[in-house]
Design a protein around this ligand. Sequence first.
Ligand code: GLA
Length: 396
Amino acid sequence: MDNTLVSGTSKAFQNEFGSLPEHIFLSPGRINIIGEHIDYNNGYVLPAAIDKYICFAVSELKEGENSVFYAVDMEDRYNVAHAQELQPLKDEHTWANYLLGVLNQLNIRGMKTRPVQIAFSSSIPIGAGISSSAALECGFAFALNEIFQLGLSKKDLALIGQKSEHTFAGVNCGIMDQFASVFGQKEKVIKLDCDTLDYEYFDAHLGENTLVLLDSCVKHTLLTSGYNQIRRQVEEGLEIIKQNNPNVENWRDVTHDMVENLRERLGESVYEKSIFVVDEISRVGEAADALQKGNFGKLGALLSATHHGLSRQYGVSCEELDFLVEEVLKMDGVLGARMMGGGFGGCSLNLIRKDKAEEVISNISNLYKKQFDINLKVYPVNISEGTSKYTQHAEV
Ligand code: GLA
């Protein structure tokens, strides 16, 4: 339950619009246990929603009025007529693109919405790789779906969020973030097949261990260009592999041997990335198995192997994240660690024995400060419900 966020957002709504909001919605950020950069490469992923949210306070307006979006944390406003043809904003109010992208998707699908006034505020740190953007897109889509009874399924909402990100935010992302934000369940991780969108929930029992996010506080400014470029490269790599192996339909059919045989043709960078994709796809299966069997030593080792691959093969880490991971792995009680999310900054995810967590956090914070003169931010992970309508009695 995030009462401060809810009451703060309601109050901001009231100050801005002069009345109480008719509806409140909460949309969470996510972690991903393992399966990084493979949602757009036909892999499986193991994400979960966490108890950090964007809160939306919403009321309906009269037909013909403009919708008003108020970004409480930025103290910025944007007005828009739903019926007009929407284009991404280039210079100012660019945060509104996440909402405009959703409206645009609804327009394309012929869905009728009426104007709304919205105040939103976030407890998800921005640019930390915990998917504040997916929470914004999916929360807005969810709110409009509820208020105007659009009849969209949860899957539709996730896909609308993803499409908005592609078209209005310019990141050619996979489906993991939006799916996790909408489908999250308390204390469950989702094993999502990113090819078919089939999914199952697993208990997130970690025994004597806990998950901790360490925020490098490096904002991933390279994310959009870096992410899109790597995605393109890897897709081109798959095309080459397919041309030479007619039985291959997607990355799941690709083996190490196939990649090795085409090393020269692929070029060193795409070769490395291809090896990562093949390995990461199999690591997720092993990790899901280790989690279910309570084999946390194995799970930790897989997380660390993923980091190694993301850093050395896939090329999406950065000096600060590598430092955080390398240093914690030397500490007593740390079972595994890796960078999480799109990369180029953001958080590392750490599997730590509960009785050692405090000591590890204190030690790594000191080392990080000494090395980079940055105050590390630490977020304990609580796995929570997905996007929902907030009622006073709802357990979030
Ligand atoms: C970002 C994208 C996701 C996914 C991750 C990396 O968060 O939005 O679709 O590709 O990076 O796993």
